[in-house]
Design a protein around this ligand. Structure first.
Ligand code: P6P
Length: 281
């Protein structure tokens, strides 16, 4: 699998340059979930696909920016689902963005995810690789150097409450208010990669993107946003749930399916499960 990690490192260096120099304007296209595609989205996707096409162990890929699966090498053993530049619109206001990769075997579904990678493009470029553990690397003089292992505390201090105001569950807002009343600090940029990276590095807390009235199945995509981070949070000693169960037990029927999601330290995740099981459907 190291050849895949090396391919992602190669793409990250090119995407870093693209972010610094590229045109952040809108393209004429929409992706399969109706998001208007920015030129950065399309160009980042092209960079990644061209690099992955050279890796013989990759059988097929799924991109947030493309409707269908792209078959690469019939004898390949890995499937990769990725979001080439999540939160790309944040580049316009100079906030951090990221790329997310889920590495699967046999099928694109939660049961078959075997590794994940994300890259944060911020003041520094950092890459986090999850296999049986969670390891962080930083781009230094053109090379990714190992910096640290990542482990979550049992309980954290940060709260990233995405889209609470639109949540379908009337009790959800009270859950978030109670967490703030317990002294958690608000940390939400609108980019899931830096928001989740911060919670991982600051010892823990809770990131929520619940189902909303207009999107009861949530906004974040299973294969290339939620499942990769769910693996990372679980391997770091925390958890990831949809309110009622592990998100890594959520079935996938379409490659662009979404799911409500909560990522956090053990204590915060147990708090979500308790409130949803007592009040939810
Ligand atoms: P909202 C970015 O567009 C994204 O997909 C995630 O990175 C982020 O967590 C979420 O959407 C933000 O959504 O509704 O708060 O703008």
């Amino acid at each position: 699998m190291n050849e895949i990690f090396d391919a992602i490192k190669e793409s990250a260096i090119k995407i870093k340059y693209l972010i610094e120099t590229g045109d952040t304007g809108k393209s004429e296209q929409e992706n399969s979930t109706g998001d208007t595609q920015l030129k950065l989205d399309i160009q980042s996707d092209i960079i990644i696909e061209e690099i992955f096409a050279k890796v013989k162990s990759i059988k097929a890929i799924v991109s947030e920016e493309q409707e269908n699966i792209v078959n690469l090498h019939a004898d390949g053993e890995y499937l990769i689902a990725y979001d080439p530049l999540d939160g790309s619109s944040l580049v316009d206001v100079n906030l951090s963005v990221g790329s997310i990769f889920g590495i699967y075997k046999n099928e694109f579904n939660a049961q078959n995810i075997i590794a994940s990678v994300y890259v944060v493009f911020g003041p520094r470029v950092e890459m986090v690789i999850t296999t049986d553990d969670v390891k962080m690397y930083r781009l230094l003089n053109g090379e990714f150097k190992f910096i640290q292992d990542i482990k979550l505390n049992e309980k954290g201090k940060l709260n990233a409450p995405g889209s609470t105001q639109n949540c379908w569950a009337p009790f959800h807002k009270q859950l978030i208010d109670d967490i703030f009343n317990d002294g958690y600090r608000l940390r939400y940029s609108g980019g899931m990669v830096p928001d989740l990276h911060q919670i991982l590095l600051k010892g823990g807390g809770l990131f929520s993107y619940p189902g909303t009235s207009d999107r009861p199945k949530g906004k974040l995509r299973q294969l290339f946003e939620v499942f990769p981070f769910a693996l990372t949070y679980e391997k770091a000693g925390g958890g990831a749930v949809d309110g009622f169960k592990r998100v890594l037990e959520v079935p996938t029927t379409h490659i662009h399916d979404t799911t409500p999601c909560f990522f956090g330290s053990k204590e915060e995740i147990n708090r979500v499960l308790k409130v949803y099981s007592e009040n939810g459907k």
